[in-house]
Design a protein around this ligand. Structure first.
Ligand code: NAP
Length: 231
């Protein structure tokens, strides 16, 4: 029997790429998204099972991840209701023991405090983070807490830390490093389609279990200049 995979946040840009890659690889796919976003999954009609509902609704997640070998979660810190933390916790609690759990987030998440951020990144994150919190749009701390719980869990997790994203044709599997600050990552740019590719490939890559890879597009200048030297 084929493997079953769940995409939490399937209707977003990253989520739809995840669904496409998963279908291409022959997985049976279950997708979770907000009720109002179900039409965004129309291109997959008849090929995936859609469970509509808030991604931090524990009953919705329990139903969606039931029997899944892998769960890919798009962690987003929208609003002020701890959406990312609630989503991550529901996945951690309800995925079957031993399932591969892959989460998305940004470079700003650090697992061990050894990431070295360019001043431009820190300045942008500080200004954007405060402003977004002020207008109650996004709560970056929520994604930090969500990832803290993932790192502390005894599940088979991988947290894929995305650089700045752009749309466009695939350039292939991104290059990754263990810490931001590695010169290979300096270009800070990845295609969304390839971010999704990395997450789906991670399902079968046990070397990424308990890793928090920071990724960059494989054709970016920094990746090309430092190709082959894994940190
Ligand atoms: N954007 C970047 O440059 C960037 C950089 C680094 C890392 N990342 C990471 O990449 C992942 C995808 O980010 P993305 O920016 O590319 O977005 P995206 O793929 O378009 O996904 C956005 C997600 O947020 C949901 N969403 C939007 N507004 C919401 C609301 N008010 N309440 C609840 N859910 C809401 C969307 O659901 P609906 O379809 O229902 O609207 C969708 O699932 C995230 O984990 C992010 O941290 C992004």
């Amino acid at each position: 029997m084929g493997k079953k995979l769940c995409v939490i946040g399937a209707s977003g840009k990253l989520g739809r790429h995840l669904v496409r890659h998963a279908l291409d690889r022959g997985y049976e796919v279950v997708g979770v998204c907000r009720e109002k976003s179900v039409p965004k999954l129309a291109e997959f009609e008849g090929r995936i099972t859609v469970i509509p509902g808030p991604t931090d609704d524990r009953a919705v997640i329990a139903k969606a991840v039931n029997g899944c070998d892998a769960v890919l979660t798009v962690l987003v810190p929208w609003g002020r209701s701890h959406l990312a933390t609630g989503t991550a916790q529901a996945v951690l609690d309800h995925a079957r023991p031993g399932a591969r759990l892959i989460f998305s987030c940004g470079w700003h998440i650090t697992r061990d405090g050894k990431d070295v951020y360019p001043w431009t990144f820190k300045a942008y994150a500080a200004v954007f983070g405060r402003l977004a919190k002020l207008i109650r749009l996004v709560d970056v701390d929520d994604q930090v807490e969500a990832c803290r719980r993932v790192f502390a869990s005894d599940t088979r997790w991988t947290v894929v830390r995305g650089s700045d994203l752009e749309d466009g044709e695939s350039q292939g599997l991104p290059v990754w490093r263990g810490h931001v600050g590695d010169p290979a990552l300096a270009s800070n740019r990845t295609r969304r389609v390839d971010y999704a590719l990395f997450m789906v490939e991670a399902v079968e890559d046990d070397t990424l279990v308990h890793e928090a890879p920071a990724i960059v597009g494989r054709l970016t200048p920094s990746a090309l200049a430092h190709a082959g030297r894994q940190a």
